[in-house]
Design a protein around this ligand. Structure first.
Ligand SMILES: [Zn+2]
Ligand SMILES: [Zn+2]
Length: 213
């Protein structure tokens, strides 16, 4: 059975999630944007052994500590989709612009594409490509626990910004409706920032992508 625990990191309070298989304690981290010592302390408290780093997209608050963590722990970096290569190339500029500690550059061990799967212990998650906030944004869907880790695609009551280079509002809305909604109304999502919600609740009430918009 898959479990998760979310740790807000960086001044942007980005929801970094620790996921693990309770039979093996094999763990992955989604979006280690910063505050690596806090992430490692949580993992130690929970008795987890990290095996992989998974990235939804390459904005600094999500990917800022990925390179350092990969190097320190000898871990593979999985994701995002190759559309975010230019954001990875710009990590140094991003850290300067937002006053983050310098991000260690990295090359993903494995790029992700729509329909891929990632495996952790006895659990498998599905990968969906959801461009719009960034062109290479992916989300991780765990059908077994009806949870989706959606980064900055969708928030409780809002959607991701699209005013960055290669952001695209219409594409983001299409990603949400065509690739998230089919996961089911009762699926709970963990957004990159702020509280969890369910797809059903957002379909009823989200002012940007609700069914009545
Ligand atoms: Zn972002
Ligand atoms: Zn973010």
């Amino acid at each position: 059975m898959l479990h998760y625990h979310t740790v807000p990191v960086t001044p942007f309070q980005q929801n970094c999630s620790l996921l693990w298989c309770d039979q093996t304690l094999a763990a992955a981290v989604i979006d280690p944007g910063g505050d690596l010592d806090d992430i490692l302390a949580e993992a130690q408290r929970l008795g987890l052994a990290f095996q992989q780093i998974w990235l939804t997209h390459a904005h600094i608050d999500h990917a800022g500590a990925a390179g350092e963590m990969a190097q320190r722990l000898g871990l593979p970096i999985v994701g995002p989709h190759p559309g975010d290569q230019f954001w990875i190339d710009a990590l140094a500029q991003q850290s300067q612009m937002f006053g983050f500690p310098p991000a260690r550059p990295f090359t993903p061990t494995r790029w992700l594409h729509d329909g891929d799967t990632v495996t952790l212990g006895h659990s498998t998650l599905q990968v969906r490509h959801c461009p719009g906030h960034t062109p290479g944004h992916v989300v991780f869907y765990a059908p077994e626990i009806r949870r989706a880790f959606v980064g900055d695609v969708l928030f409780a009551g809002s959607i991701g910004r699209t005013d960055f280079p290669q952001g695209d509002h219409a594409q983001l809305v299409a990603s949400i409706r065509e690739r998230l909604w089919p996961m089911g109304d009762d699926t709970v999502f963990i957004p990159g920032h702020g509280p969890e919600s369910s797809f059903g609740r957002e379909r009823r009430s989200n002012p940007f992508v609700g069914d009545r918009v």
